[in-house]
Design a protein around this ligand. Structure first.
Ligand code: G6D
Length: 351
C-alpha cells in the first residue's frame, strides 16, 4: 500500500500538504497536515462504485472560509466549555470564547487550525500518516506543554483506524476527536436523513440553549434518541421532542457508550448499500446531523445545506470539567492519553 504527498497550499508562510493513502480494495483516504483534515474518503457501494463519502473541499481557501471543522481533528478539548473558564488545582484558566460566551473545539487556533509535523508509513497491508504537534504551555489558554500524536492508518480490510496519543508536562485537559461529516450516498447525491443509524447507547446528555450539557443524563427509552434497534436519522427533524428542536431540528447530542460493545455505532445507506461500522474506546459519541450547516457555499459543486452530513464524534463527554459525574478530561502531568476509533467501511449483506 502507498501514500503520496503533494503541495496543497500555504498558510502563514507554512506549506500545507495533501496526502493520498490508497489500499488494494478500492479505498482511498486523502488528508492534510493542516488540522489533520480528512478531505476525501473514497469507498465502494454494493456494486463496487467508488465515490466520496465525506464533506470536504479541494482548496485550502475554501477550508479557511467555509469549513465547520470538516474532517478536522479538534482539540485540545472537543466540544464546548462553559464561559471558556475552568479551575484546575486551584488555578483559574480562561480560554478564548469563540462561540458566543463559550469556548468550542479548542479555540480559534486549536488543533484543527495548525499545521502538524508528518511522517508517512507504507506496509503491505496498511499505510498512513503519523501527525505530531507540540502544543506549547498556555496555547489557547490551556496549561502544560502537550505533545500529541495522531495516526491515520488505512488497511486492506477497508478500515480507517485513528489513534491519538498525548502527554503533558503539567496537569491539563485533553479530549480529542475527528470531526468528519459522513454522507454514504456517494458524492453527496442525497442528504443523510434516509441513513439508518444503530447506536448501542441507553443514555444521552441533555443540552441547554447554548448546547452545553445541563448535567442531566436521560434514558433513550421511548424517546427519538433510541437508536438501539436502528432508526432513520429523519426522526430528528421530524421530532417534536424539545431536545431535537432545541438543536435546530435534529441531533447534536452526546450519547454515552458502555465501552463493552462491539460495533457500537452502525450507519447504513440502504440505497447505495454502503455501511459504516464504528468501534471506539471512547466513553461517548456526539451525534450531529449537520443542523447548522450554512447554505452560502458549495461543496464540490453541491450546495451546502442542513443534513448534508452526519458527524460521529467519538470522545469524552463535553464540558466534563464542569460536571464531575462525567468521565474526566483531566490529563495528569506525565500520564499517557490514548484514544482510538476504527471506521470500517463495508456494504450491507457483505460478510
Ligand atoms: C455546531 O453545535 C454544532 C457543533 O456540535 C459542531 O461541532 C459545530 O457546529 C461544527 O456548532
Amino acid at each position: 500500500m502507498e501514500v503520496s504527498k503533494e503541495k496543497f497550499g500555504e498558510i502563514s508562510g507554512q506549506t500545507v500538504h495533501l496526502f493520498t493513502i490508497k489500499n488494494d480494495k478500492g479505498m482511498t483516504v486523502t488528508c492534510l497536515d493542516y488540522g489533520c483534515i480528512i478531505t476525501k474518503i473514497l469507498a465502494p457501494d454494493r456494486d463496487g462504485e467508488v465515490e466520496n463519502i465525506v464533506l470536504g473541499f479541494d482548496s485550502l481557501e475554501e477550508y479557511l472560509e467555509h469549513s465547520p471543522y470538516f474532517g478536522a481533528v479538534v482539540g485540545r478539548v472537543a466540544g464546548r466549555i462553559k464561559e471558556g473558564q475552568f479551575e484546575l488545582n486551584g488555578q483559574s484558566y480562561s480560554l478564548p470564547r469563540n462561540e458566543s460566551q463559550n469556548h468550542i473545539h479548542g479555540g480559534p487556533k486549536g488543533f484543527s487550525h495548525v499545521v502538524w509535523e508528518t511522517a508517512v508509513f507504507e506496509k503491505e497491508n496498511e499505510a498512513g500518516v503519523e501527525f505530531s504537534y507540540r502544543s506549547p504551555d498556555g496555547e489557547e489558554g490551556y496549561p502544560g506543554n502537550v505533545d500529541i500524536k495522531v495516526i491515520y492508518r488505512l488497511n486492506n480490510r477497508n478500515e480507517l483506524v485513528i489513534s491519538y496519543d498525548g502527554v503533558s508536562d503539567q496537569d491539563t485537559l485533553l479530549n480529542v476527536t475527528n470531526h468528519s461529516y459522513f454522507n454514504l450516498s456517494g458524492n453527496l447525491k442525497r442528504k443523510i436523513l434516509d441513513h439508518t443509524l444503530t447506536l448501542k447507547s441507553d443514555q444521552f446528555l441533555e443540552l441547554d440553549r447554548e448546547l452545553l450539557p445541563t448535567g442531566q443524563v436521560v434514558d433513550v427509552e421511548n424517546t427519538p434518541f433510541d437508536f438501539r434497534k436502528g432508526q432513520k436519522l429523519q426522526r430528528g427533524p421530524a421530532s417534536s421532542h424539545a431536545q431535537n428542536q432545541l438543536v435546530g431540528n435534529g441531533f447534536d447530542h452526546p450519547f454515552l457508550l458502555s465501552g463493552n460493545d462491539q460495533e457500537e455505532i452502525i450507519l447504513v445507506d440502504e440505497e447505495s448499500g454502503r455501511k459504516l461500522v464504528v468501534e471506539t474506546d471512547q466513553p461517548s459519541v456526539v451525534l450531529y446531523t449537520g443542523n447548522q450547516l450554512q447554505e452560502n457555499f458549495h461543496i464540490r459543486g453541491t450546495r451546502s445545506e442542513k443534513y448534508l452530513g452526519v458527524c460521529l464524534e467519538t470522545q469524552g463527554p463535553p464540558d466534563s470539567i464542569h460536571h464531575p459525574q462525567f468521565q474526566s478530561a483531566i490529563l495528569e502531568k506525565g500520564k499517557a492519553y490514548h484514544a482510538e476509533t476504527t471506521y470500517h467501511f463495508t456494504t450491507m449483506n457483505s460478510k
